[in-house]
Ligand binder design. Structure first.
Ligand code: SF4
Length: 233
């Protein structure tokens, strides 16, 4: 049995279901199933394969942030497409200490400046360690780090820091938040599928469960078509 986690305290066994839904027309265009113990981002590659097989290309994707590290996101961005997802929070793990938001990150010069003005260079995906001597002598140390004496503050720079920065900018405007909310339609489709299939996997094995998910997606598409025709009549 494969064990997965929804959060630190919430575990589940079995499989993860992934779908791609067109946001302009209510159609599920691709599905994937992965074992529950695999990261969500692994569901993105087979979804893209299905989409390309149908002759479509991804120009804009609205995804759960669990998919944001997928190579599919990198390829959409590289081909000039747009990616929308909720950004990772910048809260400090230790309440009362400066969060990452208190540091100025310059992606062009690849430098990070701390609240006291200390500057360090970084590469995306690295953890920056501020100079222990500077941190040791800093008047703001108590508000910045609980590192042992002789160590300084460290800040992790995400591989996709540029994307995260763009997403955070969207989050502070009404129009941006509206764009980030578009993905809710996908959640509705997943909820319909869960209501139809139930919470438990019907079969053993990825292949059979993928067939089951595709069958549910096809029925949902037919229902959506029926609804559109009825509205138009
Ligand atoms: S403790 Fe170090 S990183 Fe934090 S503000 Fe002071 S010098 Fe900057």
């Amino acid at each position: 049995m494969r064990h997965g986690r929804k959060s630190r305290s919430k575990r589940f066994d079995g499989y993860k279901e992934h779908i791609a839904r067109d946001l302009d027309v209510p159609a599920i265009v691709a599905c994937a199933v992965t074992p529950a113990n695999r990261p969500e981002e692994e569901g993105a590659a087979p979804i893209l394969e299905d989409i390309e097989h149908q002759g479509f290309a991804l120009a804009e994707v609205h995804i759960d942030r669990a998919y944001v590290n997928s190579p599919v996101v990198t390829s959409v961005l590289a081909s000039g497409g747009e990616v929308f997802a909720k950004p990772w929070a910048l809260r400090s793990r230790t309440p009362g200490l400066f969060s990452k938001a208190a540091f100025r990150i310059d992606l062009r010069s690849k430098t990070i400046t701390c609240p006291a003005g200390e500057v360090e260079a970084f590469e995306p995906g690295e953890t920056v360690h501020f100079d222990p001597e500077a941190c040791g002598a800093c008047s703001m140390r108590a508000s910045c780090t609980q590192a042992a004496s002789g160590s300084g503050r460290s800040v992790s720079i995400a591989k996709d820091e540029a994307l995260q920065k763009k997403l955070r900018k969207l989050q502070v405007t009404a129009a941006g938040r509206e764009q980030l909310r578009e993905r809710v339609a996908v959640e509705h489709s997943l909820a319909h599928i869960a209501a139809r299939k139930g919470a438990r996997a019907r079969y053993l094995g990825v292949r059979k469960n993928l067939f089951d998910l595709r069958r549910s997606g096809a029925i949902q598409n037919l229902e959506a078509l029926h609804h559109i025709h009825r509205e138009a009549a």
